[in-house]
Design a binder for this molecule. Sequence first.
Ligand code: PGA
Ligand code: ZN
Length: 425
Amino acid sequence: MVEQLKITRAKAREIIDCRGTPTVQVDMWVDGMLRGRADVPCGRSTGAYEAYELRDGDSRYNGLGVRKAVRNVNEIIAGEIVGIKVTEQRKIDELLISLDGTKQKTKLGANAILGVSLAAVKAASASLGIPIYQYINTNACILPVPMMNLINGGKLASNDLDFQEFIIMPVGAESFSQALQITVEINTIVGKLLLEKYGKMALNVGDEGGYVPPMTKIREPFEVLTQAVAEVGWEDKIVYALDVAATHLYDKKTGMYIIEGEQLTTDDMIGLYKDLMSTYSIASIEDPLQEDDFEGFARLTKELDIQIVGDDLFVTHTERLNKGIEMGAANALLWKYNQVGTFSEALDAAWLAFRSGYGVVVSERSGETEDSMIADCVVGLNAGQIKTGAPVRSERTSKYNQLLRIEDELGSSARYAGRKFRQPF
Ligand code: PGA
Ligand code: ZN
């Protein structure tokens, strides 16, 4: 039989993510063969402008079931996409967008739509017999700097640290595999130091695998991280980063941020970052201000002169990113495909970022599964940076292990982004 690359079937089911929260998994058949399976990730520290995640709201799973989204795939979407050529990603995504017809994908649910969109990418690459990263981009060759949040706070941890993620970036490594080795060795020393300083409760981990020690002051994680890095002897290989997730520290009524119990203005926040930067070599800050403050972001980006990443600010939407680019708000995009709901729209946001001199950080969600698709995406985009948690727990290590396989496959053509993480080519 001549391969026609036609979608012949799509089927969704309800599975659970790493927090035990239901999510959507979609299988896709091409020319009668099962070729793609994709899981939809899910956030907790979410932005207000993200695409809509459809949940059942009934008695099952405390209302978090996704049977409605599953039904929307099986009873509405599947019949419409059968017969389309699986490599026509944009056509598939445009059909999904028009079947839904709403701005934030509230009718069918962005979780239903994204599952189908990602399954198509995977089914297409498998049908062609090529790796996903190569299907995305035939010139894919850049292995990313892993931005590892070794200490967690905010909404992703059960402690009183205000900032969400305290991150190390092994920019001085020679390869991705060496970068991973370095971070694992540092993480082990961080655990040892936490045990000595805070007791064994400090070894519990948060949603993204980072430690959640009983700290209350934002300088405490830096003290431990810098000490661990010094102990391993890799000060010259490591820089630091933060995801403040400031939307969740902002009080809309007063217009102030609450940090360590104090009320801070936007100027105070900028001052605080400058102060931290004068002590620690911080190379990147994500969501340093709340999601509606484009002006504040523009001012801060100019004044701090490091990588400033927009997560809740841009939510992987081209309109919001365009506004940011026009105003000079941030200089990098956090790339999460479930914030927008189709692969093509997420790609558009990444290309717009690159064209405008913005960096792109491909990112996990705090609710992940063993699906390692974002590892292929970060190489496929030649993005140079990935945020996928601490190097523990399988929903995080599945991404790191896939990157090791890709590095192995690419052989001598693999290049590690290193210090050029924001503009790796
Ligand atoms: P989320 O957190 O996946 O819960 O949104 C990650 C982040 O804020 O970057
Ligand atoms: Zn974030």
